[in-house]
Design a binder for this molecule. Structure first.
Ligand SMILES: Nc1ncnc2c1ncn2[C@@H]1O[C@H](COP(=O)(O)OP(=O)(O)OP(=O)(O)O)[C@@H](O)[C@H]1O
Length: 290
């Protein structure tokens, strides 16, 4: 089976930073959130997928075609949005639209117009005159207009106001309804990840530490409010204790079995917020007693 994106053991060293991502595939019809702390390697990973940063070893394939091959027709299959719009300052949105419509045979005028009109993007202004948030919106309109099967967005909502961000989420989810697009989105926004992602790819110090399906990730964590403080410092499954009696567990069954066996009464239990789970994974393994 040919996947939209296949990664085989890529490696890259930049000064002290070493990126190594082993076998990873991204499937059609899915949105994967690339999650990691600042400097973890998310942008470098995207640039390697675009062959803007050359890998030292390994292979990256777009629909089965190596990104290092002579033929770079694969580029027309991907719309990539970097964190900044480089080299566009002197152009207006309309001029950039004309350029993109020529380069991308899959260009969809209605996607471009719908997104830019809804967000009131001034297409007759030069990019250099736009605020950071409006630049991002224009960049998104252009990338949506490309109508490619793969979309890679590097922190697209960082500068956007709340209504625009919500519209972006709605727009992207509508685009996904066709079922044949593959989206990778690097984001620090828990709300974006919660609403958009099917999968979470955690990157830490240049390595993928976990690839998890969002729903099963969320259901594997539980918060237990206990009637009394447990007398042991750590109970099975416990990864964090707050207010002495609130236990966050990533093995709820093991935690519940222990609590029941030891007569510890659960007053309430809840599935934690995705943001709290992400925070725990990014801080991995730390036991915090508040
Ligand atoms: N051109 C470069 N020259 C030297 N080091 C670089 C270069 N580009 C990236 N790096 C280093 O690679 C590492 C990963 O950076 P990268 O921008 O990929 O992280 P990130 O996860 O996208 O971070 P953020 O969340 O802050 O955007 C960092 O240590 C960074 O300093």
């Amino acid at each position: 089976m040919t996947f939209p994106l296949t990664i085989r053991n890529i490696e890259k060293s930049i000064d002290e930073f070493h990126l190594n991502i082993q076998d990873l595939t991204f499937e059609e019809g899915t949105i994967s959130a690339i999650v990691g702390t600042n400097g973890a390697g998310k942008s470098t990973f995207f640039k390697m997928l675009m062959n803007l940063v050359k890998q030292d070893n390994g292979e990256i394939e777009v629909f089965g075609h190596s990104v290092r091959g002579e033929d770079d027709a694969w580029k027309q299959q991907i719309a990539y949005q970097a964190q900044t719009m480089i080299g566009c300052d002197a152009f207006t949105g309309e001029q950039l639209r004309n350029l993109m419509a020529e380069v991308y045979p899959s260009w969809d005028e209605s996607l471009f117009r719908r997104f830019s009109e809804k967000l009131n993007i001034p297409l007759n202004k030069k990019v250099q005159k736009l605020s950071p948030g409006v630049k991002t919106k224009l960049n998104l309109a252009l990338n949506f207009g490309k109508n490619t099967p793969i979309l890679m967005l590097d922190e697209p909502t960082a500068a956007m106001d709340i209504p625009s961000r919500n519209y972006f989420i709605q727009f992207l989810l509508e685009l996904m309804e066709r079922g044949d697009r593959t989206v990778l989105i690097a984001s620090h926004q828990a709300d974006d990840i919660k609403k958009l992602a099917d999968y979470l790819v955690f990157i830490n110090k240049g390595s993928v530490t976990r690839l998890l399906e969002k729903d099963s990730l969320v259901s594997s964590y539980r918060l237990f409010w206990l009637k009394e403080e447990p007398q042991v410092s750590r109970i099975p499954g416990e990864i964090k204790r707050t207010y002495k009696k609130v236990i966050l567990s990533n093995h709820p069954e093991a935690t519940m079995a222990y609590l029941s066996k030891n007569g510890l009464v659960i007053v309430d239990e809840q599935v934690p917020e995705l943001e709290d789970i992400i925070q725990e994974i990014l801080m991995e393994g730390e036991m915090i007693n508040v």
